[in-house]
Write a protein that binds this ligand. Structure first.
Ligand code: AMP
Ligand code: MG
Length: 430
């Protein structure tokens, strides 16, 4: 019997990284980037305002309160424009107004300027719009008072650079925006799109076929003939694969027949990177998955864990096969401990296992020494800054209902178990 670590190492040895492929952004979430990505554009692309407000010259606000003539409005998406200079008295005629509001307000005349005894200008500006040439600060609209005649009053002195987002302050051209090996997150996809990159080279998601083996298995019938059961494992495994960010392929149920199993393996090897079977890897006379795998240079091992002691694995052409045990709880635990890390390795991930958390036992976990590490199905709660862990009632490896109530696995090392209040290791399955 192999210890868990040795068994995991053996399984990982047959799992090779897949060749990188170009994925459209829409499919790349959660994939591992195979090539670093370089910025083609600086971001922001141009100096722009972080606030709705007025673009002005900071210098003009030195002696507050200041009244400035509104020279127009700049919207996000407008072409860069210029803030008229102090002496440009024909400003209001020259400027092209951008909005209906401007058309009303730019009716302000030279007399208005005289009234306010100023010829300094500001331009109304909306968040994201380009800073007009000549302006060097933004005052947010909340701190201004606009009058009916096209002037704006600013109560305080504005600092140069206020609320200006400078071109390139976020990303500069030529910089590495995402390095190789990163797992693509929604924000990273946003960064790529901000660079007009819509296709990236990633380690592909494994395409994983799932087969349930067992002559007792049925599906979709209202009646259950004596001796038969409905297939659960395929549905567990297909969704575990999906949740792991891989691509599941449902390959149905097959009987405990050597030729049928071989045929399914051959078929899957034509279009899958991996095949996961359940059932048929134990000591029974009809456990043909084990036989087919060992006859094709695969291995059948016994691992010092409970549940899910037996495991078969191997390669068939370029496809990796994980032969998991048939009891539903065992199939899930085996998937978590062997198949999921293997698939993650193939898809380019560096961290293969789920993280293990330090938790506290909120009940007794009784067991006896048997040379195995036990994986108890548990319910965990985050309470007062720690994970509190309780076993679910049904701990049999065939008791799927107990598994469905659990949201984690607790690792109970060989020995006499863990008592309430003691430290315990937790694997969260949510
Ligand atoms: P095996 O590993 O083939 O010896 O199966 C062990 C136990 O798991 C038997 O009681 C099987 O009937 C049961 N089992 C096997 N495959 C499935 C499945 N796909 N869904 C539900 N139970 C299964
Ligand atoms: Mg069976």
């Amino acid at each position: 019997m192999l210890d868990l670590e040795t068994a995991q190492k053996q399984v990982l040895e047959i799992c090779e990284r897949l060749t990188p492929q170009a994925y459209p952004l829409a499919d790349a979430l959660g994939c591992v980037l195979a090539e670093k990505q370089i910025a083609q554009f600086e971001v922001p692309h141009f100096d722009n305002t972080a606030m709705d407000g007025f673009a002005l010259r900071a210098e003009d606000t030195k002696n507050p309160p200041t009244t400035l003539k509104i020279a127009g409005t700049i919207l996000a998406g407008d072409k860069p424009t210029s803030l008229p200079s102090v002496n440009s008295s024909k400003m209001s005629n020259n400027l092209k107004s951008n909005s209906k509001i401007d058309k009303l307000k730019n009716g302000a005349t030279e007399n208005d300027s005289i009234k306010h005894a100023t010829t300094n200008y500001a331009m109304k500006i909306m968040t994201g719009a380009p800073i007009p040439k000549g302006a060097d600060a933004i005052i947010e609209v909340e701190k201004t008072k606009e009058d009916e005649t096209g002037f704006v009053e600013i109560a305080e002195e504005v600092k140069e650079g206020n609320y200006i987002r400078r071109a390139g302050e976020n990303i500069s051209k030529g910089q590495v925006i995402i390095s190789k090996g990163k797992i693509l997150t929604p924000a990273m996809l946003g960064v790529l799109a901000s660079q007009s990159i819509y296709e990236v080279s990633v380690f592909p998601k494994c395409r994983v076929g799932v087969v349930s083996t067992g002559s007792e298995l049925m599906e979709g019938s209202k009646n259950l003939p004596a001796g038969k059961i409905f297939d659960s494992n395929r549905h567990i495994l297909l969704s575990l694969i999906e949740k792991a960010g891989m691509e599941p392929v449902d390959l149905g149920i097959i009987n405990d027949k050597e030729s049928a199993i071989l045929k399914a393996v051959e078929k899957a090897s034509k279009f899958c990177n991996a095949l996961i079977t359940s059932g048929g890897v134990s000591m029974g006379d009809f456990d043909f998955v084990k036989k087919v795998l060992t006859q094709n240079k695969g291995s059948a091992i016994q691992v010092a864990i409970k549940p899910s002691k037996p495991l078969a694995f191997g390669r068939f052409d370029n496809m990796v096969i994980f032969g998991l045990p048939g009891n539903p709880v065992s199939a899930l635990v085996s998937f978590e401990l062997f198949a999921r890390p293997g698939l993650r390795k193939m898809s380019g991930f560096k961290m293969l296992e789920r993280p293990r958390f330090d938790a506290v036992a909120a009940a007794d976990f009784k067991r006896e020494p048997d040379g195995k590490t036990h994986f108890a199905r548990v319910k965990w709660k985050w309470k007062n800054g720690t994970y509190k862990v309780k076993p679910v009632e049904m701990q049999g490896s065939h008791q799927l209902q107990g598994l469905a109530e659990a949201n984690g696995l607790a690792i109970i090392e060989d020995g006499n178990g863990v008592t309430t209040g003691e430290a315990i290791k937790l694997i969260c399955l949510d």
